[in-house]
Design a protein around this ligand. Structure first.
Ligand SMILES: Nc1ncnc2c1ncn2[C@@H]1O[C@H](COP(=O)(O)OP(=O)(O)OP(=O)(O)O)[C@@H](O)[C@H]1O
Length: 369
């Protein structure tokens, strides 16, 4: 109350929606008002897009907060959160704006509530430049659970660009404090599983061609690992037409690394499958324990945890550096990034391009619990 807002420049570093999600979530958790200027200043459509606006409105509701500048296109917002309240909330982007990015903003906040939070999130579930709902379920969720986080995530209906119409239902248990996570040894690739899907009017043969091409490309490069890529028709539980693929590598060190791709007009299903396989192979080359996407998504949990987290990664992405910058501005967390020189530490992976991201977490406590 009557605290001066922390000022943030939304155009620095990665300069996109992620700065907004991370700083708004930390604002709500720490009870710090924020003022963000130059939101998405360098983007072709600057300011808030429907997904960003919807996420901010959800956080404002969850914290009985005061949100100013809440319109599409706004480049300047102020958020004054009050207490995090659990209960039931619905957020609808009314577009194909990603439900997984709505979750990125709201999941950390709901952990610091005094009771369970039930979220119904509507928009796109499998979209470009955002986690697929399958990624959130099969990769993000099990790794985030290592921090002590507990949540259910159900894909009720898939939705795609441009119509959206997808729905996920999420139930989050509050937590007293997060524990730090150490993931340092990747190990070898034990198996790769995946699913290629079609929905709507698209024929199953597209999914079969995607899965076959991905499996072939993977088998040619990952000797000894079991590769199993299924093809499914998701029309029963989807709105509109879409197709795509998610590949997940499990390692002997207990790590999950993934890649995904979506079907597009003018791109053959074989090309989509091969693109996903190559993206996964790229992430298996650096010897890190997480893929390039999970890397930035774990930063907020490392920042909140009580203790020292250590995660081995590939080269730090600009998204990761940006999330770290915001986390250090809004919490007492301290991060360091060091290049690993010990190529022998992980015989099964080339460590030449791996890094250690370490964080002394802020140890934020949920005093309502
Ligand atoms: N294929 C993918 N699999 C998993 N996660 C992904 C994938 N693509 C992007 N992400 C994640 O989605 C988030 C995208 O954040 P980003 O700020 O770029 O998106 P945005 O909100 O759409 O904003 P902007 O349009 O300004 O870039 C990041 O956390 C990134 O790791």
């Amino acid at each position: 109350p009557n605290m001066e807002p922390v000022e943030l420049d939304g155009s620095v570093m990665e300069g996109g929606g992620q700065i907004l999600r991370v700083c708004a979530a930390l604002s709500c958790i720490t009870g710090t008002p924020i003022r963000v200027r130059n939101i998405r200043a360098g983007r072709s459509t600057p300011g808030l897009r429907p997904q960003h606006l919807c996420g901010l409105q959800l956080l404002s509701q969850m914290t009985s907060g005061l949100l100013q500048g809440s319109e599409v296109g706004s480049t300047h917002i102020t958020l004054e959160p009050r207490a995090v309240g659990g209960g039931a909330y619905t957020a609808d982007t009314h577009t194909a704006g990603s439900v997984c990015l709505l979750l990125q903003a709201s999941l950390p906040v709901s952990l610091f509530s005094n009771q369970r939070t039930d979220l119904v999130l509507k928009g796109g579930t499998e979209t470009e430049l955002a986690p697929h709902s399958d990624y959130t379920l099969k990769v993000f969720k099990p790794i985030v659970e290592k921090f002590g986080v507990q949540f259910d995530f159900d894909v009720v209906k898939r939705g795609f660009y441009p119509k959206g119409g997808g729905v996920v239902s999420v139930s989050v248990q509050p937590i007293r404090q997060l524990q730090p996570v150490v993931m340092e040894t990747r190990g070898g690739v034990a198996r790769i599983t995946g699913t290629a899907f079609v929905a709507g009017v698209l024929p199953i043969k597209l999914a079969k061609a995607m899965s076959a091409a991905a499996a072939r490309a993977l088998r040619a490069h990952v000797a000894g690992a079991h590769v199993d890529v299924a093809a499914t028709n998701e029309s029963q539980s989807a709105f509109g037409n879409g197709s795509g693929i998610l590949l997940v590598a499990e390692t002997t060190g207990g790590c999950l690394l993934a890649s995904s791709a979506l079907g597009k007009r003018g791109v053959s299903p074989e090309q989509v499958g091969v693109a996903a396989a190559e993206a996964l192979l790229g992430n298996l080359r650096h010897g890190g324990c997480v893929d390039d996407f999970l890397q930035d998504q774990l930063v907020i949990f490392m920042a909140l945890a009580s203790g020292r987290s250590r995660i081995r990664t590939g080269p730090p992405t600009l998204h990761t550096r940006t999330a770290i910058h915001v986390a250090e501005a809004l919490t007492k967390a301290k991060f360091t990034i060091t290049k690993c020189e010990d190529a022998s530490a992980d015989a099964n992976a080339s460590a030449s391009d791996s890094y250690l991201i370490e964080c002394d977490g802020a140890g934020v406590e949920n005093t309502d619990l």
